[in-house]
Design a protein around this ligand. Structure first.
Ligand SMILES: Nc1ncnc2c1ncn2[C@@H]1O[C@H](COP(=O)(O)OP(=O)(O)O)[C@@H](O)[C@H]1O
Ligand SMILES: [Mg+2]
Length: 251
């Protein structure tokens, strides 16, 4: 079975301004196909705004290319149809609907009416596959509202999978999760990145060390540092700004 086409994300000179305040100030990012890129930085660094700009939620200047497509200037729905999916810091699933219904709705966005009619009486293959991938195969009939916090985040990721997202942008997916849920989420990211490109905004350093393939550090709207986990951790500018460690040499 061949998966979806793997593409990378290429951001150039991205700028977002809110009423004269520059929240994203000339960001360049190259996320190669199949990467798990962690985007870190202090609160207010501009991480969420970068994702908002890539997904068309805020106006931005510069260039954002996914594969050979320019995303800037397209509307949110068009960008989603090009295979860009994101989650928000607070999970947004339909609580009263079952897990399968949530996935079905997400899949329906890209499905034609005759496919819907043909499949009405059984769980569509891509929904069944997503249920398995996100580890909720035995929860399909439960209302999403009854899921644990971590499971709701997985359901959201599953909804991106069935909607054919090929670039996943996840905003603090493990916030509030238990250790076990974090481990399961990391394993899920590794599975998903086999045929997709993943960008994760995350604060949890332990989670980052274990699952990041590469890291970009943002500070005050700019890229402060970039590289492997080890490279970024060894960067004195990161220690100073992000970890609050004063690395200035003694006078
Ligand atoms: N819609 C908005 N209007 C005005 N300022 C905003 C808006 N969204 C974000 N900001 C500001 O932009 C900066 C970056 O915010 P954000 O991208 O949410 O940071 P992060 O996700 O790194 O914590 C912050 O100073 C924030 O207050
Ligand atoms: Mg944020």
């Amino acid at each position: 079975m061949t998966g979806p086409q793997l593409d990378g994300l290429c951001v150039r000179d991205l700028r977002v301004t809110f009423d004269g305040f520059t929240a994203v100030d000339g960001v360049d990012l190259d996320v190669p196909p199949g990467d798990i890129r962690f985007l870190i930085g202090p609160n207010g660094a501009g991480k969420t705004t970068v994702v908002d700009a890539v997904t068309g939620l805020v106006r931005a200047t510069g260039s954002v290319r996914f594969g050979d497509r320019e995303l800037l200037g397209r509307d949110v729905h068009r960008i989603a149809r090009l295979g860009i999916g994101r989650t928000f810091q607070t999970a947004s699933v339909f609580e009263e609907l079952t897990v399968v219904q949530n996935l079905d709705i997400a899949a329906g966005a890209t499905r034609s009416w005759w496919t819907l009619a043909r499949r009405r009486n059984r769980i569509p293959d891509e929904v069944a596959a997503a249920l398995e991938t996100i580890g909720l195969a035995d929860r399909g009939d439960q209302p999403a509202g009854a899921l644990a916090h971590g499971q709701k985040q997985w359901l959201e990721i599953g909804m991106l999978l069935v909607s054919d997202a090929r670039l996943l942008l996840l905003d603090e997916p493990v916030a509030g999760m238990s250790h076990e849920e974090r481990d399961a989420t990391g394993a899920l990211l590794e599975t998903v990145s086999r045929d997709r490109t993943v960008v994760v905004i995350e604060h949890d350093m332990d989670f980052l060390r274990r699952f990041a393939r590469s890291v970009t550090v943002l500070h005050a709207g700019k890229v402060l540092s970039e590289g492997t986990v080890a490279q970024v951790q060894a960067d004195p500018r990161v220690q100073e700004v992000y970890l609050g460690v004063d690395t200035a040499p003694e006078a």
